[in-house]
Design a protein around this ligand. Structure first.
Ligand code: AMP
Ligand code: MG
Length: 330
C-alpha cells in the first residue's frame, strides 16, 4: 500500500490507478471509501474480498457530475432529479433503476443501484481523473466502525489496498443518507445518515420510514449488528429512563454522553473510568464528526465496556442513534 497526499499529481495517480483496476481508498465528506472502477467486475470483486463483505450487500456508486447519473441509472424519476439538483453534491445516496451496462456484482444482483455525488473536493477530482464511476463502500472490514481518518484505514485494511489518499478527517463523519427513489411511489428512507431527513422532506414532502429497528432488512446495510467496535457497547436512554443503565462496577468502562449539560446531570458519571462528551455545546454536527473517531479510540484502549446514551432524535441525531444501536449488544 502506498499513501498519497492531496497534491494534483497524487490525485491524478489515484484516478489513473482506479481506471487501471486498482483499489484506492478515497476521502469523502462522510467516511473514507474503498474505491474501484464500477464498470470493472474484477476490481469490484476485490473490494468485497478486501472488506470480507457478503456479496448480498450492494455498493454505492460515486460520480463527479450531475450528467454522470445517466451512465449508471437506467431512468431518473422526476423526484430523484429534483433531490439531486437541490442536495447534490453532498451526503445523500439515491437508489435508482440500474442501467444494464453496470455489472451486477455492484448492486448484488438488484435491479436498482445506489448513486452518490460526493462534495469532498479530493473525491471529486479523483473520480474525474479516473474517467469512470467509482463503486465505494466504507473502507473498513465488514461490520466494523467506519473510518474517518486515513490512519483508521491503514490500521484495518492497509495490506489489502493499493493506495490510500489522505484527505484529513471527514467533515460529516457518518455515512450518507440512503433514499430509495427508484419507483413511482413515495421515497423511502433506507438508512439515516449525513443528510438530515428534515432537509429531504423540504424537497420531497412525505418520506416513508420503514421500521428501522428489528424489522425486516429493507436495505442490506440495515443489518442489526453493524458499525460495531470490538469492545461491548451498551446503549441506554438516559433522558427517558435514567434507571435503565446497569453498570458493572468492577469493570473498566467508558461512557459517551451527548453534551456537557448531561454529563453534569448524570449522577452515575463517577462510576466510569472515562467520560467522553460528543459535543460540549450540544452541536449535533460536531457530535457526528467525533463519533466514529471516538469509538476507534475507545476500542484501542481496551475497556471492558463502553456505555453510550441516545442523543436527541433530530437532524444528524437520527444517524448517530442508528449507528449506536447497531454497534450495541442486543
Ligand atoms: P456502505 O457503502 O458501507 O456505506 O454501504 C452501502 C449501503 O447502501 C448498503 O449497505 C445498502 O444499505 C445501501 N444500498 C446500496 N445499494 C442499494 C440498493 N440498490 N438498494 C438498497 N440499498 C442499497
Ligand atoms: Mg459500510
Amino acid at each position: 500500500m502506498e499513501m498519497l497526499g492531496s497534491g494534483e499529481a497524487d490525485l491524478r495517480r489515484a484516478g489513473e490507478a482506479l481506471a487501471a483496476g486498482r483499489l484506492v481508498v478515497i476521502p469523502t465528506e462522510t467516511v473514507y471509501g474503498l474505491g474501484a472502477d464500477a464498470f470493472n467486475p474484477g476490481a469490484v470483486a476485490r473490494v468485497f474480498e478486501a472488506k470480507a463483505r457478503p456479496s448480498f450487500d450492494p455498493l454505492i456508486v460515486h460520480i463527479a457530475s450531475f450528467d454522470s447519473i445517466e451512465k449508471v441509472a437506467r431512468t431518473v424519476p422526476l423526484l430523484a432529479r429534483r433531490l439531486a439538483e437541490a442536495l447534490w453534491p453532498g451526503p445523500l445516496t439515491l437508489v435508482l433503476p440500474k442501467c444494464p451496462e453496470l455489472p451486477d456484482i455492484v448492486s448484488s444482483g438488484l435491479d436498482t443501484v445506489a448513486i452518490r455525488f460526493p462534495s469532498h473536493p479530493l473525491a471529486r477530482k479523483i473520480i474525474e481523473y479516473s474517467g469512470t464511476a467509482i463503486a465505494a463502500p466504507s473502507a473498513n472490514p465488514f461490520g466494523y466502525i467506519s473510518p474517518t481518518t486515513a490512519a483508521h484505514v491503514a490500521r484495518s485494511l492497509g495490506d489489502k489496498v493499493d493506495f490510500i489518499v489522505d484527505g484529513g478527517p471527514c467533515a460529516v463523519g457518518v455515512e450518507s443518507t440512503v433514499l430509495d427513489v427508484s419507483g413511482e411511489g413515495l421515497p423511502t428512507l433506507l438508512r439515516p445518515g449525513g443528510m438530515p431527513l428534515e432537509r429531504i422532506r423540504e424537497i420531497a414532502g412525505e418520506v416513508l420510514l420503514p421500521k428501522m429497528r428489528g424489522g425486516p432488512v429493507a436495505s442490506p446495510g440495515q443489518l442489526k449488528s453493524h458499525y460495531a467496535p470490538h469492545t461491548k457497547l451498551f446503549l441506554y436512554d438516559w433522558m427517558t429512563s435514567p434507571d435503565s443503565i446497569r453498570i458493572d462496577k468492577s469493570a473498566r468502562s467508558a461512557v459517551i454522553v451527548f453534551d456537557a449539560l448531561r454529563s453534569r446531570a448524570f449522577k452515575e458519571v463517577s462510576l466510569f473510568d472515562r467520560v467522553c462528551v460528543l459535543s460540549g455545546r450540544g452541536d449535533m454536527r460536531e457530535a457526528a464528526f467525533r463519533l466514529f473517531a471516538l469509538l476507534h479510540e475507545l476500542d484501542a484502549e481496551g475497556f471492558d465496556a463502553i456505555y453510550a446514551e441516545r442523543v436527541p432524535e433530530e437532524g444528524l441525531g437520527r444517524a448517530i442513534n442508528d449507528r449506536l444501536w447497531r454497534a450495541s449488544r442486543k
